[in-house]
Write a protein that binds this ligand. Structure first.
Ligand code: ADP
Ligand code: MG
Length: 240
């Protein structure tokens, strides 16, 4: 569903992604984990072309992303980031319904999907749908961002540390919600975090990024039981 073929990206002299190849399957929850600065966000952003690569190819559903109209590409891909970026002059319901509206869904369909996501993401405080972003807590705003990314049931979802600023309890409950929505919709998920516990809890497979390369790709158990080298075992062990 998402394929990286020999992707390279440098900012000036600084090579941030080096000859990286990876395939994320249909319906797979794939977590990219690694220390800050290892190139995770840059790699994620090549999929919806927020980052342009120097060489190699990125394919979505078998099609090279660089050959697709940008609007079509981005409408087909859910994207949620830590610094949310909700539209301030739109209500919670309007924010969540952004992509379905662009895709021309009927109003009742959009309302039903918004109500469903509000419940799934435990946003069901009275009047939530009609509230504006500046009346939300940080955690609620992040949940609305996640709901917006999932609203149109995209086949591909990218999430970049979407639970960053949340307390541990809220975070765990959201991890569970996102995992179950992903399973139900058969979405291919590419999820970025620097937190090994989060990676192991969520990932069908996990890719550990170190200095712009995938040091190891495998199931959580494989990384724990058979770390490919010293640095992998340090990272796996060190944050647990
Ligand atoms: P991560 O998400 O793993 O923390 P990033 O992908 O954000 O890492 O960044 C990887 C490296 O690329 C960092 O050294 C960062 O400073 C650098 N970088 C990211 N974006 C830019 C940019 N637009 N211009 C220059 N350097 C950048
Ligand atoms: Mg990042």
């Amino acid at each position: 569903m998402i394929e990286f073929e020999h992707v390279r990206k440098a900012f000036g002299e600084h090579v941030v992604i080096e000859d990286l190849s990876l395939r994320v399957a249909d319906g797979e929850f794939f977590v990219l984990v690694g220390p800050s600065g290892s190139g995770k966000s840059t790699l994620l952003r090549t999929v919806n072309r927020l980052t342009h690569i120097d060489s190699g190819r990125v394919l979505v559903d078998g099609k090279d992303v660089s050959t697709q109209p940008i609007e079509t590409l981005r409408r087909g891909i859910g994207y949620a980031i830590q610094s949310v970026g909700l539209f301030p002059h739109r209500t919670v319901a309007e924010n969540i319904g952004t992509v379905p509206r662009l895709l021309g869904w009927a109003a009742q369909e959009i309302d039903a999907r918004v109500a469903e996501l509000i419940a799934l993401l435990k946003l069901d405080e009275p009047g939530m749908a009609g509230r504006y972003p500046d009346t939300l807590s940080g955690g609620q705003a992040q949940r609305v961002g996640v709901a917006r990314a999932l609203a149109a049931r995209p086949k591909i979802v990218l999430m970049d540390e979407p639970f960053g600023a949340l307390d541990p309890l809220t975070r765990e409950s959201l991890q569970a919600s996102v995992k179950s929505i992903q399973r139900d919709t058969g979405t291919a998920m590419l999820f970025v975090t620097h937190d090994m516990d989060e990676a192991f809890r969520l990932g069908d497979r996990v890719g550990l990024m170190l200095d712009g390369r995938l040091a190891q790709v495998g199931t959580p158990l494989e990384l724990i039981r058979e770390p490919a080298n010293e640095r992998v075992s340090e990272f796996v062990g060190g944050t647990r």
